[in-house]
Write a protein that binds this ligand. Structure first.
Ligand code: TRP
Length: 333
């Protein structure tokens, strides 16, 4: 049987962090064995809210690619490509924009929240409001059956399905209807502030490429239990960032459970658990950092991987565009 197709991606607005690892990278490394997986570096989508900072987006393309490769996304199993270098994605977007109303776009709950968070008000770029349509093009261009995304991306999949249904009802079975694959519970990693999910813009992230000394500082700055004043006091484990991270990154589940029990009884200090967590995280990040260094020293290799992936992605998207333009009669010569 032919493998099912996965399409997923990230905006290259910064290096990737441990939140990305838990939320998506980890599962991509597993899924690439069973699926025909495409991973897109969504530079065009990143430009929709970085119109005056295109260089930042451009510079981060290779950074994100190096993060992918360093955590084990394997270019022999996964097609890694750059969105802007596949013009068919834009061609599909233009066609799809006519199938979506302004009112529908304005109802997208994720976009709504982002508009508020980014303070766009009257300066909202039209490209930002319409990025879900471009995202639909990304997905259908590869005939993706499965799109692994966080819950905040469900409205995008819904929008994609509406566009697919519209095209298919007008022209027959032309496009594949995708399904979202939501990560398991526990995949959403909290930031070091303990207040929000890990996010670059909130400044609470630990990066996959974090240097050792920075990592130590961040672990020491982690939010624990503000009521745990003296070592002898009983401490809370829920909402305690150190324990959330130990759950995610420490291999020894029994040790973590013993630590939790001890912390809750009292007599276990924050510095002690932070030192243990630092050791776990350093053990996790060190091999990623090492692998990344090799790519940093040979960026031409990374570009060559991106070029090969992008060429393959372009060929695939061209097939879909041909199918769509054919049924619409947009082939004159
Ligand atoms: N919107 C996604 C994000 O912000 C990135 C993205 C762009 C994407 N196109 C996609 C994800 C297509 C899945 C499928 O993370």
């Amino acid at each position: 049987m032919e493998k099912q197709i996965i399409l997923t991606g990230d905006r290259p607005s910064g290096r990737l962090h441990l939140g990305h690892f838990m939320g998506s990278l980890k599962s991509r490394v597993e899924l690439q064995n069973d699926y025909n997986q495409y991973v897109m570096i969504a530079d065009l989508q990143a430009l929709t809210d970085n119109s005056e900072n295109s260089q930042k987006v451009v510079d981060n393309v290779v950074e994100v690619a190096m993060d992918y490769l360093s955590v084990g996304i394997d270019p022999l199993k996964t097609t890694i490509f750059i969105q802007s270098q596949v013009p068919e994605l834009c061609q599909l977007t233009v066609l799809f924009l006519n199938l979506v109303t302004l009112a529908r776009l304005e109802r997208n709950p994720t976009v709504k929240q982002e508009i508020i968070a980014k303070n766009f008000e009257r300066s909202l770029p039209a490209g930002f409001l319409t990025y879900p349509v471009s995202q639909a093009a990304d997905i259908v261009a590869f005939d993706a059956n499965v799109v692994p995304v966080g819950e905040d991306q469900l409205p995008m999949i819904e929008q994609t399905c509406e566009i697919v249904d519209k095209i298919n009802s007008l022209y027959g079975n032309v496009l594949v209807r995708p399904k979202a694959l939501i990560p398991k519970v526990g995949a959403r990693l909290v930031g070091i502030d303990g207040k929000n999910k890990m996010s670059k813009s909130l400044g609470n992230a630990v990066y996959l490429s974090e240097p050792t000394d920075e990592l130590r500082k961040k672990v020491m700055a982690m939010y624990t239990d503000p009521g745990h004043l003296k070592v002898s006091d009983p401490g809370k484990v829920e909402g305690n960032v150190v324990f959330e991270f130990l759950d995610s990154f420490c291999q020894d589940g029994k040790m973590v459970q013993d630590l939790k029990d001890h912390y809750q009884r009292g007599g276990l200090g924050d510095v002690k658990i932070k030192n243990l967590l630092f050791d776990c995280l350093e053990a996790f990040i060190a091999p990623i950092r090492e692998k990344r260094k090799l790519y940093e020293q040979d960026k031409s290799q990374v570009w060559s991987i991106l070029k090969t992936g992008t060429q393959a992605a372009q060929a695939r998207a061209a097939r879909t565009y041909k199918r769509v333009s054919q049924v619409m009669g947009l082939q004159y010569f």
